[in-house]
Write a protein that binds this ligand. Structure first.
Ligand code: P6P
Length: 333
């Protein structure tokens, strides 16, 4: 089947159908997809481009940066800072918020992004991705400071991720369902291939890093043990387990066949409330999952309703098929 609808065609159709999508947002999403195409090319060439391995530097998270972490961050910024659509941006790879250089026109949006999620998988050639989230800059703010960025996930107007896997996919929501676009190597365009993706409300597949089991809270230990026990325990079915160690890979699998993904609170490092970051991992993925009929919770509250306290704050994440997330939440009551 000839897939002819590209991202811009889709967004213009949504705009004509009355969705609140303006020219600035369309232009910004186009620039993000251009950055993702450049990241795709670098990843595809891998060792041939000399892009593998460590950058011999650390990010704000205290994590050793891969060369591709640094390159992807630079690509995201270069493709979007001149777009005239952003008042500023925040990146996993930047300690402070990024102000648009004075020589460039500013615009009405703020963008949060993780330019290369799962980068520890790069050197072992396993799927990685880019995640982004877009909100309106607060009214009347032209030079946003850190406090202006601390906006709850419910205010997102667009969220998406690019999955650099066997094929490269762009998954986007602007609040009217979740659409998937596949990068056509021939035309180098993202073409609409997955319309209105929906997550089945039940699943028999859980995703968690089991090596943290002894550090979890009791409700999560109970839930996972019941999955492992299957029909020999409290559940009426057996479960399968997956762990890609790339959130983008887990979320895409859940969008296609259901599942529950957990990176819950653990006591491994009491200073951290979980591993994943609220603003550029948990919030965008929560928007996408909810738009696809799923749920996304800390175990105790809806992630998108959290009032952010800092730009790199971490949060426990339990997301996916509605009935399983509801069960985990009920164990926390
Ligand atoms: P672990 C990647 O580093 C990431 O932020 C998520 O994409 C992924 O789900 C998780 O961390 C993997 O964590 O502890 O299994 O390496």
């Amino acid at each position: 089947m000839e897939n002819t609808v590209n991202i811009k065609d889709y967004l213009l159709k949504e705009q004509q159908a009355g969705q609140d999508i303006d020219a600035n947002l369309i232009s910004l999403i186009e620039d993000v997809s251009a950055a993702c195409k450049e990241i795709h090319t670098a990843i595809n060439h891998g060792a041939l481009y000399g892009v593998l391995g460590s950058a011999e530097s650390e990010n704000i998270q205290g994590e050793t940066q891969k060369k591709l972490d640094v390159m992807s961050n630079e690509m995201f910024i270069r493709h979007t800072e001149k777009s005239g659509t952003l008042a500023g941006m925040a990146s996993e790879e930047e300690e402070d918020v990024y102000s648009i250089p004075p020589q460039y026109k500013k615009g009405p949006y703020l963008m949060y992004f993780d330019p290369l999620d799962g980068s520890s998988n790069i050197d072992v050639n396993i799927t990685v991705g880019s995640i982004f989230s877009i909100v309106r800059c607060p009214e009347g703010v032209t030079d946003p400071k850190l406090a202006d960025y601390l906006i709850p996930g419910t205010e997102q107007i667009c969220a998406g991720f690019c999955l650099y896997g066997p094929s490269t996919l762009m998954i986007i929501t602007t609040g009217n369902g979740v659409q998937g676009f596949t990068l056509d190597p021939g035309s180098n365009e993202f073409k609409l291939t997955h319309k209105n993706m929906m997550i089945p409300e039940d699943t028999a597949e859980f995703a968690v890093n089991m090596s943290n089991q002894r550090f979890w809270e009791k409700p999560v230990q109970r839930y996972v043990q019941e999955c492992i026990d299957g029909v020999t325990g409290a559940r009426d079915k057996n479960f399968n387990m997956r762990w890609v160690a790339s959130m983008v890979g887990e979320v895409y699998r859940i969008l296609t066949r259901g599942g529950i993904f957990m990176y819950p609170f653990d006591t491994k490092d009491p200073a951290k409330a979980g591993k994943l970051r609220l603003m550029y991992e948990a919030n965008p993925m929560s928007f996408i999952v909810e738009q696809a009929g799923g749920l996304s919770s800390t175990g105790r509250e809806r992630i998108m309703e959290l009032k952010p306290k800092e730009i790199h704050q971490r949060v426990p994440v339990i997301l996916g098929s509605t009935n399983e997330v509801k069960r985990v939440d009920s164990y926390h009551q």
